[in-house]
Write a protein of this length. Structure first.
Length: 361
């Protein structure tokens, strides 16, 4: 599915590139690209249920994200549930370092639980505020580190959670719902996402009155932020280097060759890892960079990268994958792989990453 998204986004980008600004069709193409990017986010949400995926962390105004999420809630929750958003001015909420897809997933899980707790209707409230955690609060919640946080709360007027179950609600597969009505993964996933953001989660509940889940995210210190090495809208620069591409999907290969070929690169193409290894052995003296998919027949991308780095430890390698477990990500970087990109990748983003890796010493 990620391959299909990558192809769709790439061809939409090619068409957009050929349309002059002001053309009414440019807005239509932008909508296609935006929808494709949202679909990519949804696939990451689905994967998060079954494996620990790599989070894409960046400074984020969570208030803007919550406002967009609130619009989604208005369209999807039953009319019997009234929803309220309590937030000061968006610009007054400090930035956090977060993965937007992960935050969206955590909020979704909480709101689904709130909906299920109010089968006859009720009130669902989402609020955002800042809060300073001091030493005395740590004695109540040892997971809380001292410092400033953005607190995102989701509360309902539902059935509430019995006190005897409160200690277990974040356990995987534990559910307060009836037989066959819940997986027990929603709150466990939410807890994991918040922990990956170096935050913590607090639940307050009373049977017959409802529940409130508060997610705490550390405020981002902009003074510690490293300067961006590239702008999203920066000019895409190509080159004359030779790139070996290993990709078993013919349509994705066509997209890659069209994109990188138009930027002036010399390309050597392989449809599987074994063919790529053979082509590398035959052309190792003139190959400047390798771009390979992870999932390939005969010899996968990781094994191919190992083969290359045994022969040439300094070879610059970029891997692409539809999903990637955090442990494998770390192993690949330790092995010598320069970049690991998560599909779908836009043509412009890929071109910039390739240029960056090629120019690294």
């Amino acid at each position: 599915f990620n391959n299909l998204l990558q192809v769709m986004l790439a061809y939409a980008s090619f068409v957009r590139r050929g349309i002059q600004e002001g053309n009414p069709q440019s807005a239509d193409i932008d909508q296609i690209i935006e929808a494709g990017e949202k679909a990519a986010g949804l696939t990451r949400q689905l994967l998060s249920f079954s494996r620990e995926t790599e989070l894409t962390m960046a400074p984020l105004n969570v208030a803007l994200l919550v406002k967009e999420f609130f619009k989604f809630l208005e369209r999807t929750l039953p009319k019997t549930i009234e929803i309220q958003l309590e937030i000061s001015r968006v610009e007054d909420i400090p930035m956090i370092v977060a993965d937007p897809t992960g935050i969206h997933q955590a909020l979704m899980n909480l709101c689904v639980n709130a909906r299920d707790a109010m089968p006859d209707g009720g009130m669902l409230r989402v609020s955002i505020q800042t809060e300073e955690i001091e030493e005395k609060q740590r004695s109540i919640n040892p997971e809380a580190a001292i410092g400033a946080y953005v607190k995102v709360s989701v509360s309902d007027t539902g059935t509430g959670i019995p006190q005897r179950e409160m200690e277990r609600i974040f356990e995987p597969f534990f559910t307060t719902k009836g037989e066959g009505k819940g997986t027990g993964l929603g709150l466990a996933t939410c807890y994991g996402i918040v922990k990956q953001h170096k935050g913590f989660i607090v639940c307050e509940s009373e049977v017959g009155k409802g529940s409130c889940f508060s997610l705490y995210f550390p405020i981002h210190d902009a003074s510690e932020e490293e300067p961006e090495d590239e702008e999203v809208d920066s000019v895409v620069v190509g080159g004359s280097e030779t790139i070996l591409i290993a990709e078993d999907n013919e349509v994705v290969m066509e997209v890659l060759t069209r994109n990188l070929g138009s930027l002036g690169y010399h390309l050597i193409c392989a449809s599987n890892g074994e063919e790529a290894a053979l082509l590398f052995d035959q052309n190792k003296d003139r190959i400047d960079l390798i771009l390979t998919d992870v999932q390939m027949p005969i010899l996968n991308g990781v094994r191919f990268a190992e083969h290359v780095l045994m022969e040439n430890p300094g070879m610059k390698i970029i891997l692409e994958s539809g999903y990637m477990e955090q442990g494998l990500m770390e192993n690949l970087h330790e092995m010598g792989v320069k970049e690991v990109l998560r599909k779908p990748v836009s043509p412009q983003f890929l071109a910039r990453r390739i240029r960056k890796v090629l120019e690294e010493e």
